[in-house]
Design a protein around this ligand. Structure first.
Ligand code: PLP
Length: 425
């Protein structure tokens, strides 16, 4: 049998850092990444055959649990008809119709292959539509790795203490204003100063790439008001939260209607699908109707779309999100209770199938607050849990993800493991 260590050594010889996306490298928690061989329901198995309860869920997509039989069947059936045509298909139309029906703020939508493509294209479109250059983003929010968005971004960039990427010319980000998440006055001040130069505001309406951080009351409302008043496009980056935080994303929970939304992760059901959509008036500015260019050889790939469609359809069954949030709540509360009983400064939060765990006294509301958490302790907790068969997100700056297959027994097993680990931290 091949060991994780052998695979990692081989990987490092030909793949930078041994991984194809940085946070997989266990860079912040240390140790050898697990090479996953297969997954089913709430479980993953590594190359050595070790079984783990998985709370990464492919970083969000695996909301139905891994390898849901209906999704696998749809992919297999679609694949027998050919993998890609470079021409439109009925499946794309159906997925577009379903998303527009589920998220009424989206009147028209375009499919792409990743979240990065979705946000990059949405911003270009917002700029083309408004004829303005400046964009506002928030510290700790991650919107993929397009140049103009790699400023004080979350996810792997936080983990690696690398707030801005090398290789991005200063000129490329001179139009990107970075504000503090949840800073209502900061938003008002930025709009007061730059009045009519702001093309768009892009925000994770619940941040999930600096751990889990919810908007304070009034924050998203202020973004909506200011964008409306100044003719700027409000973009909700729901790549992570879409169909994950709730049945209609954060826009469904808060009732705040963005002008544009970006999606990925869950809408591909584990396959590469992203999307951006919104008001028809804005969306009609892209090629071939309008002058903003955007394209993709594999966009709306039929096999990927088949996986996404089945996933979204299964999520429409009644009670699905109540069940998901209940399990996440029991985990969040159970973990906090056990951590505190063992004397640790610890707090937790949740929404839908997103779980936030913080080694801090209270739930953080900003990047500055979350960065005060005890990352050394988190790293020991992470490895303790891994040794006990629970695979959490390998960074204190990432949310963890619960699926519909995380049933009571799985949750109880997780809490039991955590109780022991907290005692030994
Ligand atoms: C994951 C993520 C992205 C990037 O998506 P990729 O598919 O990894 O390119 C963008 N925005 C948010 C909010 C995300 O969570």
């Amino acid at each position: 049998m091949t060991s994780n260590a052998d695979l990692f050594e081989r990987a490092c010889r030909h793949i930078p850092g041994g991984v194809n996306s940085p946070v997989r490298a266990f860079g912040s928690v240390g140790g050898t990444p697990r090479f996953i061989q297969r997954a089913e329901g709430p479980w993953v198995w590594d190359a050595e055959g070790t079984q783990y309860i998985d709370y990464v869920g492919s970083w969000g997509p695996a909301i139905l649990g891994h390898a849901h039989p209906d999704v696998i069947k749809a992919v297999q059936e679609s694949a027998t008809h050919g993998l890609s045509f470079g021409a439109p298909t009925a499946g794309e139309v159906e997925l577009a119709e379903l998303i527009c029906q589920l998220l009424p703020s989206i009147e028209k939508i375009r499919l792409v292959s990743s979240g990065t493509e979705a946000t990059m294209s949405a911003i270009r479109l917002a700029r083309g539509y408004t004829g303005r250059n400046k964009i506002i983003k928030f510290e700790g929010c991650y919107h993929g790795h397009a140049d103009s968005l790699l400023v004080k971004a979350g996810s792997g960039l936080l983990t690696f203490g690398n707030p801005t990427s090398a290789g991005v010319p200063a000129e490329f980000i001179q139009h990107t204003l970075v504000l503090n998440f949840n800073d209502i006055e900061g938003v008002k001040a930025a709009f007061a100063q730059h009045a009519d130069d702001i093309a768009c505001v892009i925000v994770e309406p619940v941040a999930g790439n600096m751990n889990l951080i919810k908007p304070v009351p009034g924050f998203l409302e202020t973004l909506r008001e200011q964008c409306t008043e100044h003719g700027s496009v409000l973009i909700f980056d729901e790549v992570m939260t879409g169909f994950r935080a709730g049945a209609k994303g954060v826009q469904g929970i808060t009732g705040i209607r963005p002008d544009m939304t970006t999606l990925a992760k869950v809408i591909g059901g584990g396959m590469p699908v992203g999307a951006f959509g919104g008001k028809a008036e804005i969306m009609d500015c892209i090629a071939p109707l309008g002058s903003v260019y955007q394209a993709g050889t594999l966009s709306g790939n039929p096999v990927a779309v088949a996986a996404g469609l089945v996933t979204l359809k299964l999520l429409q069954e009644p009670g699905v999100y109540d069940q998901l949030e209940k399990q996440t709540r029991v985990l969040a509360e159970g973990l906090a209770e056990r951590a505190r009983a063992a004397g640790h400064a610890f707090s937790s939060d949740y929404v839908g199938g997103m779980l936030g765990l913080y080694f801090t006294d209270s739930v953080p509301t900003s990047f500055a607050e979350v960065s005060k958490s005890d990352t050394q302790k988190f790293n020991r907790f992470f490895h303790g849990m891994l040794d006990a068969g629970v695979y959490l997100a390998p960074s204190a700056y990432e949310a963890s993800f619960v699926s519909l297959t995380h049933d009571d027994a799985i949750v109880a097993q997780t809490l039991k493991a955590a109780e022991q680990v907290f005692k030994q931290l």
